[in-house]
Ligand binder design. Structure first.
Ligand code: KG4
Ligand code: ZN
Length: 358
């Protein structure tokens, strides 16, 4: 069963063909046409420009994905498309293209929620999870826990009350002079900062040897950043972390002091990774599930992946991590969720509309 997936919710125009075989799901093609180069000039995604770029790229992405998969339209079982949430002008391009394609080839049209699709990236693993499980989606727009009761039933049990983790990476990174989107560049700086901290610790240990000094366990960080995990419940708040970070950077600038951006990126990344992973125990317990999927663009962050893996190991929970290449926006994950929508008879008529909201 071959499904064409279409994704255009933000700044990636993507189309993919995913095949459901007896051996599981296989990605036959996954074309991602990124608009980052255009939006970088403005320091973030400009919705009107995104919509126009999707309109220019969508046809090439869809027919390119069919060609790369060696699949003709009449070999498809359905067309799955992201209908929500996202930028409305961007979503409308994918939704209208999918409607026209489905009508022209008499195919069922399967509407897909973008956040559910991020989780569905895990179904493309060689050893995929089977519901029920807990999903933690960390992206540019979401930082949420979902109880995935079945392939088509997602219940949000916790989430951010303000900014999402990716948004915080991008906004803090921008003030540090990093190009949009800043997440991946912040992570590289953070690795360099981690090494510096390690050297500081081993330097302190060498200096203290024989003088009865205790071994340092954690580095003395240059900044004192708040955790994004709220004290109670399963919610997060990244606005406090973002403001504290911006205050730290701006105050140093006002004093004419330069900030060691590697050490600061290490502090910021550690605050995000430890804050997010600190809620996993409670989320697993509330959901009653024993396995977790970590998904979304920020799930590409190796600090977060490591912190979540350590926490799952401590809790004896099974962790499913989609490959980094499937964490960011792509249509293979939309097609993967579409396979299950199709199997559960969730097709829409041609009046289906896009929505900016969840
Ligand atoms: O899921 P995604 O591609 O789009 C949304 O649905 O929002 O996520 C994009 C976000 C951006 O904020 C980007 O900076 C962040 O994911 N991101 C990362 C990394 N790679 C992408 N954040 C931290 N570390 C990374 N390695
Ligand atoms: Zn996304």
């Amino acid at each position: 069963m071959k499904i064409l997936g279409i994704e255009s919710s933000c700044d990636d125009t993507s189309a993919a063909v995913v095949d459901m075989t007896a051996g599981g799901l296989a990605v036959l093609s996954n074309i991602v046409s990124s608009q980052i180069g255009i939006h970088r000039l403005y320091g973030g995604v400009v919705p009107e420009i995104a919509g126009r770029a999707h309109a220019e790229n969508i046809s090439g992405a869809v027919y390119g994905a069919l060609e790369a998969a060696g699949a003709a339209p009449d070999e498809l079982s359905a067309v799955a498309v992201t209908t929500h949430p996202g930028l409305i002008g961007a979503l409308l391009v994918g939704v209208n293209f999918a409607k026209a394609f489905a009508f022209a080839h008499s195919l069922p049209l399967i509407p897909v929620n973008h956040i559910h699709a991020h989780t569905a990236a895990a179904y493309l693993l060689p050893d995929p999870p089977e519901p029920p499980f807990l999903s933690l989606v960390v992206s540019g727009g979401h930082t949420s826990f979902y109880a995935v009761d079945s392939y088509v039933s997602y219940r949000e049990i916790g989430g951010t009350r303000d900014d999402a983790a990716g948004e915080a990476f991008d906004k803090v990174g921008r003030v540090m002079g990093l190009p949009y989107p800043a997440g991946a560049a912040m992570e590289e700086l953070a690795f360099a900062g981690d090494l510096k901290y390690e050297k500081m610790i081993s330097g302190e240990e060498t200096a203290g040897r024989g003088k009865g000094r205790k071994k340092s366990k954690a580095p003395r960080r240059i900044s004192d950043l708040p955790s994004p995990a709220l004290r109670e419940g399963l919610d997060f708040s990244f606005s406090g972390l973002k403001s504290a970070s911006l205050n730290y950077l701006h105050s140093a600038q006002m004093r004419g002091e330069s900030v060691d951006t590697e050490l600061f990126a290490s502090d910021f990344t550690a605050a995000v990774a430890s804050g997010i992973s600190s809620k996993i125990a409670e989320a697993l317990s509330v959901s009653g599930f024993s396995s977790l999927v970590l998904a979304g663009g920020v799930a590409a962050n190796r600090h977060l992946r490591a912190a979540v893996a350590t926490e799952c190991e401590r809790l004896g929970a099974k962790l499913f991590l989609p490959p980094v290449s499937l964490c960011g926006d792509n249509a293979a994950m939309v097609a993967a969720q579409g396979v299950y929508g199709y199997r559960n008879g969730m097709s829409a008529d041609l009046y289906v509309n896009a929505s900016a909201y969840d």
